[in-house]
Design a protein around this ligand. Structure first.
Ligand SMILES: Nc1ncnc2c1ncn2[C@@H]1O[C@H](COP(=O)(O)OP(=O)(O)O)[C@@H](O)[C@H]1O
Ligand SMILES: [Mg+2]
Length: 284
């Protein structure tokens, strides 16, 4: 296995399709024979619920425990928490909210998640982080741990406007904590191509950000099959399309772009050098 790419799925606004994007990209990459870890970085545990754990609070070891071990300089042992599916999952629950509070006064508080991921990075081709809708310490940790981020934006006027604030947080993290951090692109989600509004939002996005950041050609449609999948008794909050036998060409194109970004990075980096140099090797 070569270089692992860590991609944060980030937007401080809720309901923009972060969790859905994370599941769909992760499952699609796994179908293409990549080893994928999805990390639930949201105390709501939506990703955890989506992958078939309806009561995240009942899980005995989650991301918050691993971050606590990192803070206390204890062995992190990611295998205690990781749940194995077609994609692997590092789950979260409400205890992550308490962890975010503890981080405020901790040493190396911005790189706690990065230290956790360093302990399992060798096992995966892609690690995708499903971020919470905020700009707090958990997001800073996700940005500090990521090589690249994808910003899902719902095709609505206010969603487009919110991207500016996120970009200044990204600039701040890049300057102070993670010089390598790149914005992979903005991904339009829940696009209804039949409406003029969706077309107008897409062109607003291009006019406002198109010269500064990539806007993915692939736009995720509003899935008409959402209701059908829910009716089939599948995930409550998210649409893990390929998990349920559906193929979406737009998701595939976006996943291919994620793979291409990872390949470009791999060409410019030595395998596994990415964490060892900075953190003095992974502990576990
Ligand atoms: N492409 C889509 N088509 C239809 N419904 C979607 C789509 N993407 C997301 N949804 C629904 O929209 C809601 C918010 O999506 P979610 O991925 O949970 O957003 P976030 O993680 O940003 O809060 C969920 O109910 C989800 O099932
Ligand atoms: Mg979510």
């Amino acid at each position: 296995m070569g270089v692992t790419s860590i991609v944060g799925i980030v937007n401080q606004k809720g309901g923009t399709g972060k969790t859905t994007t994370c599941v769909n990209l992760g499952v699609d990459l796994a179908h293409e024979d990549s080893k994928v870890l999805l990390v639930d970085c949201d105390p709501h545990g939506s990703l955890t619920i989506s992958l078939g754990h309806p009561q995240p609070d009942a899980l005995s070891v989650t991301l918050a425990d691993l971050m606590g071990r990192a803070l206390n300089d204890e062995p992190i042992k990611p295998e205690d928490a990781i749940l194995h599916h077609d994609v692997d999952l590092l789950p979260a629950n409400i205890s992550l909210a308490g962890m975010e509070v503890s981080l405020v006064n901790a040493m190396s508080r911005e790189t706690t998640l990065k230290r956790v991921l360093a302990t399992c990075i060798r096992d995966y081709d892609h690690i995708l982080l499903d971020c919470s809708p905020s700009l707090g310490m958990l997001i800073v940790n996700a940005l500090a741990a990521s090589d690249r981020i994808i910003i899902p934006v719902q095709s609505q006027y206010l969603s487009v406007k919110g991207v500016e604030q996120l970009m200044s947080t990204v600039a701040c993290v890049r300057k102070n904590i993670n010089h390598r951090l790149k914005i992979d692109g903005v991904l339009l989600t829940m696009v209804d191509s039949r409406t003029n509004n969706s077309r107008e939002i897409a062109s607003l996005l291009w006019d406002t950000y198109g010269s500064r950041i990539r806007i993915f050609d692939a736009e995720i449609p509003r899935f008409v099959r959402a209701a059908e999948i829910s009716a089939a008794g599948s995930t409550q909050l998210c649409l893990g399309l390929r998990r349920h036998g559906y193929h979406c060409e737009e998701v595939r194109r976006c996943a291919a772009a994620v793979q291409a970004g990872a390949d470009v990075e791999a060409a410019g980096r030595q395998p596994q050098a990415q964490y060892d140099g900075e953190l003095g090797g992974a502990d576990s």
